[in-house]
Design a protein around this ligand. Structure first.
Ligand code: C2E
Ligand code: CA
Ligand code: CA
Length: 750
């Protein structure tokens, strides 16, 4: 065991056994050094580990002023294994360790070697062992296992030898570092590709690429990535899609106005030539299969080693695949969140915006904007025209409302708008529709009906907002086209009551709570009964009658109408069959059908089956559809009316005069009867103009005209004067259940 070393002062070195061994270090041979010149570069870090202070000093002296491969040497000193370990851990870039084998223990040096290689994983570190006595030489195995580069007795190490030994070690170190860097670089490329492909969004991905590139080059993240023209749309200019460091605020800027000429030129050249450039900064090209490559510029002006260039090239090709995935993913996201026709956010995206709001929001309003009469325009002028019209509206909304607003398409002809209350409010929004639109070289005047929500009201919930806005829209539609309604808590309450009602209705479906009554229809001239209209009734278990005007729209929304409609169809046809069997053979039966029923793809087969099962003549059944249903989807209505006619049934247009597009729509509909809405009958004594118009219209189109809601004899008189054919109303009879109906029929023969 070697004694603990004395700590001599430099002024009076204590002679020791080993002093002679050190002398060679101090002899004055001329050295092949290059002092100065490139010495400004980072010094090589060399760790001297020895428990003898003299050795430190002698080494310091021997190497003073020398540089190897153009880099100066910087010596660190440790006197024990522990000190050495600490220094190793603190200096990742230690290149060579000059190590005394025997220190506090015989094998302290070898132990340190083991620790450096295994625990600290310093594979590149070169180790030169020095020992005073040849007897302390390590085994050959140890030298090989721990990758010890040189082993010298101290006496062998003259100044020149030390220098050459160090030079060899440093060269080896540099080479190993380069290998290590390649390995790490490649590892990083691989990791980057997998990491980055998880960052699905193009912006995130591109930002990740900037960062990884900078890490590869070992520089601070200073750079930007640019997407080539037409990334999203073919005619988009090239834009910056990610940027870091000093270029951070260039994001989204078109390449043509970056304001940093050298960067702009570099990116443009790279995109044009589709290749990497390593002069004037690093500019990398990422190819994608659709030819819309990307260019990345990095502010790195140091010359790049061939190894680095090679790494970057590997990185680029690997990243190109990544970009490609991101583009693909982007397109998928687009499909999920962007309206394909209008290229604005779709419902999903809009709901995300709403969910992200912090409620209450005192700054913003939400609006849903419904284009009036869109469906009929679409039907009459064709889908191409309809699309162009939507585009025109979308463009006007987005360009006029601008950046602070989100404009989305939330359904076919309804836009959602979220933005500052100064912009998103009744007046400014309506003002946008004052100027006509230019659609396919035609000038079109459009109006929109809107529902608005003030987001500062209490109790609003982000994801529910769109429903609230639609409630307000519905209210507005109930007024007149072009009107605006604000959502109120009372509407919300309404909605809740309706939900409860809907629950009860679901429970009532299929039970005796729901039943059908029948109202006679008479000839206005003779007063004779011609037929009946089946009307659905709901009596709740507590006896309360819920009017069909309330529960039928609800059932439509909740998808219950198909079931209810089938029930009415069946009851009415069976009733008619029984009436016919009871001798009332001339009676016909009118049955109301709703939009939801008509939309059912198997409505017509169901109708045919019902007629078959109940055994009634198709000609004695009439289906009533409303004019507003035709306005919603004229195409479907025309088709269904054709099919209904082909089955041998007749059809009536109900509630005529309450819709918007009366005349134009009517011309396209093949129906046998026209029913004047009871509102016009009620006002007939004050103003008979609409009733007269409807009668004339019906007759000129070859239809029979029926007046609904005839309550007084004088109304009947007026209607007769106008030439109206048939009537229905309390004047003649109320809707009745079967027993009441049979009794009524007994006194009112056909
Ligand atoms: P509607 O088809 O226009 O039915 C005529 C409505 O006028 C019925 O109201 C009827 O009771 C009422 N009425 C009849 N005569 C008079 C009168 O002299 N004065 C007044 N003020 N009203 C009269 P009801 O039964 O409440 O039905 C309301 C609406 O509910 C119906 O209007 C129809 O649109 C719908 N509806 C009723 N049953 C069904 C059905 O089975 N299926 C579908 N889809 N809708 C139905
Ligand atoms: Ca009706
Ligand atoms: Ca009606």
């Amino acid at each position: 065991m070697k004694p603990m070393p004395p700590h001599p002062t430099p002024a009076s070195p204590v002679p020791s056994d080993e002093e002679d061994d050190l002398l060679p270090l101090l002899d004055d041979e001329p050295l092949p050094t290059r002092v100065g010149g490139l010495d400004t570069r980072t010094p090589w870090l060399i760790l001297v580990v020895d428990d003898d202070e003299d050795v430190h000093q002698a080494t310091e002296l021997a190497l003073r002023g020398l540089s190897i491969e153009g880099r100066p040497l910087h010596l660190l000193h440790a006197h024990s294994r522990a000190e050495a370990l600490a220094l190793l851990a603190a200096h990742e870039d230690l290149a060579v360790m000059l190590l005394d084998v025997v220190m506090e223990s015989d094998d302290a040096g070898l132990q340190l070697v083991r620790e450096a290689r295994t625990a600290l994983q310093r594979e590149s570190l070169r180790i030169i062992l020095r020992t005073g006595q040849p007897g302390y030489a390590p085994e050959l195995d140890t030298i090989r296992d721990y990758d010890i580069n040189d082993y010298r007795t101290k006496s062998e190490l003259t100044r020149v030898r030390l220098f050459t030994s160090l030079t060899t070690a440093l060269r080896a170190y540099r080479q190993m570092c380069a290998h290590e860097q390649t390995r790490r670089g490649l590892e990083m490329v691989v990791r980057a590709s997998t990491d980055l492909s998880r960052l699905h969004g193009m912006h995130l991905f591109a930002r990740g690429v900037v960062k990884q590139l900078c890490a590869l080059l070992g520089i601070a993240p200073e750079g930007l990535i640019c997407a080539q023209a037409g990334l999203q749309h073919q005619d988009d200019p090239a834009r910056v899609i990610a940027a870091a460091g000093q270029y951070g605020d260039l994001i989204q800027r078109p390449l043509s106005d970056l304001g940093v000429p050298h960067v702009q030129q570099a990116l443009q050249r790279c995109l044009e030539e589709q290749r990497n450039h390593f002069d004037h900064g690093v500019t990398l090209y990422f190819a994608t299969s659709d030819g819309r490559g990307l260019a990345a510029y990095i502010d790195h002006h140091e010359p790049l080693a061939p190894l680095d260039q090679h790494l970057l090239e590997v990185f680029c090709s690997s990243m190109s695949a990544g970009f490609e995935n991101v583009l693909l993913y982007g397109r998928l996201v687009d499909q999920a969140y962007v309206d394909p026709l209008l290229h604005i956010p779709n419902l999903n995206q809009f709901l995300k915006h709403l969910s992200a709001l912090h409620m209450p929001d005192t700054e913003r309003y939400l609006a849903v904007v419904d284009i009036d009469g869109f469906a009929s325009i679409n039907d009459m002028l064709g889908h191409g025209f309809g699309d162009a019209m939507l585009r025109a509206v979308s463009q006007r909304l987005t360009s006029s409302l601008g950046e602070p607003c989100v404009v989305a398409r939330v359904s076919a002809d309804v836009f959602g708008v979220l933005g500052p209350k100064g912009l998103v409010d009744a007046e400014p929004l309506q003002a946008l529709f004052k100027t006509p639109f230019h659609v396919q070289s035609q000038t079109v005047r459009l109006s929109a009906t809107m529902g608005l929500v003030r987001l500062d009201q209490p109790d609003l919930v982000g994801p529910e907002l769109l429903k609230d806005a639609h409630l307000a829209l519905k209210r507005a539609k109930g007024l007149q086209r072009g009107s605006v309604c604000y959502f109120s808590a009372e509407m919300g309450q309404d909605a809740r009551t309706r939900m409860q009602l809907l629950d009860s209705l679901r429970a009532a479906t299929g039970s005796s709570q729901l039943f059908t009554v029948y109202q006679p229809k008479v000839c206005l001239h003779t007063g004779r009964v011609l037929g009946l209209e089946a009307l659905l009734r709901w009596r709740k278990p507590d006896g309360e009658m819920v009017p069909p005007d309330r529960f039928i729209p609800l059932a439509e929304q909740a998808g219950l109408m198909a079931v209810l409609g089938t029930f009415v169809l069946h009851s009415a046809c069976s009733q008619l069959r029984r009436l016919h069997e009871a001798g009332h053979r001339t009676l016909s039966m009118a049955i109301n059908v709703s939009q939801a029923q008509l939309r059912e793809p198997d409505f017509i087969p169901l109708l045919a089956d019902t007629l078959n099962e109940t055994g009634v003549q198709p000609a004695s059944v009439e289906l009533e559809v409303t004019e507003s249903m035709a306005a919603d989807d004229l195409g479907l209505m025309r088709q269904r009316l054709g099919e209904i006619g082909a089955l041998g049934l007749t059809a009536a247009i109900d509630d005529f005069g309450t819709g918007f597009s009366s005349l134009s729509v009517l011309r396209h509909l093949k129906a046998d009867r026209l029913k004047i809405d009871r509102a016009f009958v009620a006002e007939i004594e004050q103003d008979s103009r609409i009733a007269r118009m409807v009668v004339n219209l019906g007759h000129s189109l070859g239809m029979t005209v029926v007046a609904e809601g005839v309550e007084t004899a004088s109304q009947r008189g007026m209607l007769l004067e106008l030439g109206c054919d048939e009537g229905q109303g309390w004047l003649f009879a109320r809707p009745m259940d079967e027993p009441a109906l049979l009794a009524w029929l007994a006194t009112h023969p056909a």
